[in-house]
Design a protein around this ligand. Sequence first.
Ligand code: UD1
Length: 436
Amino acid sequence: MDAIELDFAAPRARAEPQAAMDKLVIAGGPRLAGSVPVSGAKNAALPILCASLLTAEPLRLANVPQLNDVRTMRTLLAQMGVAHEEDGRRLALSAAHLDWPLAPYELVKTMRASILVLGPLLARCREARVSLPGGCAIGLRPVDQHVKGLAAMGAEIDLEHGYIAARTRRLTGTRFVFDLVTVTGTENLMMAATLAEGQTVLENAAREPEVVDLARCLVAMGARIAGAGTDRIVIDGVDALHGAAHAIMPDRIEAGTFAAAAAATGGDVTLEGRLGGALDAVVEKLREAGATVDVGDGATRVRRDGPIAAFSLRTAPFPGFPTDMQAQMMALAAVADGTSVITETIFENRMMHVQELRRLGADIEVEGNAAIVRGVPRLAGATVMATDLRASACLVIAGLVAEGETTIDRIYHLDRGYERIEEKLGALGARIRRVK
Ligand code: UD1
């Protein structure tokens, strides 16, 4: 593909309008009971949508979750020239003509995962410009591994006007050792390596199930990948990938959120979806907290009759306890018998739900990266504000167990990553409604 002159003055895409003013109102108390279908995984869908950039033939996806982040990614791909056809949870993407390998700030700022277009664009178009994610325009730290890895594969990378500008004649295979475990970093380099010349070995790679799902999709497209799901992934580059069909794996974080809600409300909920071992670390903690969890092939049943026991957890890369479930488990700890210690090791600033939980009457102290949660007999409804995606889920769980009414403001965060959460919870018996 010839080099393309990019016109920064012509933004062709806007972020999806978000339901900025919507609120959730929850009347706490009812125990959740019944079955709930688990949607497709947001964090698998986002990289897999980007994989469509790697081939001129159509990629047909099933079980695609209907989420704002997925819509944002589709908008981003569409403005690069990717055609799409949607039929409910099915989505066909065709990148036959890529004429605009650019990810503008307007979209990247709303979704950090936009960085996932960098590797595929560079591999296929040999050039790409991707805005630095918001908040890190003064340095590369949060995406330094993506950039270092692509540079090791022979890309020339500059920082210009807040954009990562990358170009290459052709990426070449290399051995790259990640300084730290990064999920999207691993996915970006794995995608780039599928079309590189020769073999790429990624060491200290992320082992998350979503990396494995992406690898499965890439292999269906003709990529040669071994070791996904271990910390050493070996990719033998090919000249071209072809079209394929792939069904997105179930969302282990959505499942875990419903499981935590079931445990918190003393409920009995069956999660419908083949989760394999993806939820093991969460299941173990829920059992420690006093829940009974039966893990079946296509369904997982979570129930609790007795008291909630205090527990301690530390977030870690997979197979450790997922940081994306930390906030939801804190809502459970808030009403446990005794003191729980919850330590966040992945993100520096992921305790913003603590002050909102306190507004509901929780007794929590933060010391460094640990929250000391002294369980209280009951929470009391109040108005709280969602600050990020998983913090919002934590407040929903807290609202379900709090006495009286809880109003959660700024739920557009929730709509980024949970499909129809109020409908799903409502079907399980929660008294929850969205106020426009
Ligand atoms: C992904 C998930 C997110 C989850 C996170 C950790 C998607 C779309 N998002 O995010 O839901 O919370 O994994 O499981 O899959 N880091 C660097 N340099 C880099 C890359 C990362 O310093 O180049 C740091 C980050 O600042 C963070 C840690 O590494 O402290 C882990 O981040 P990473 O695994 O990259 O998270 P994401 O892939 O962005």
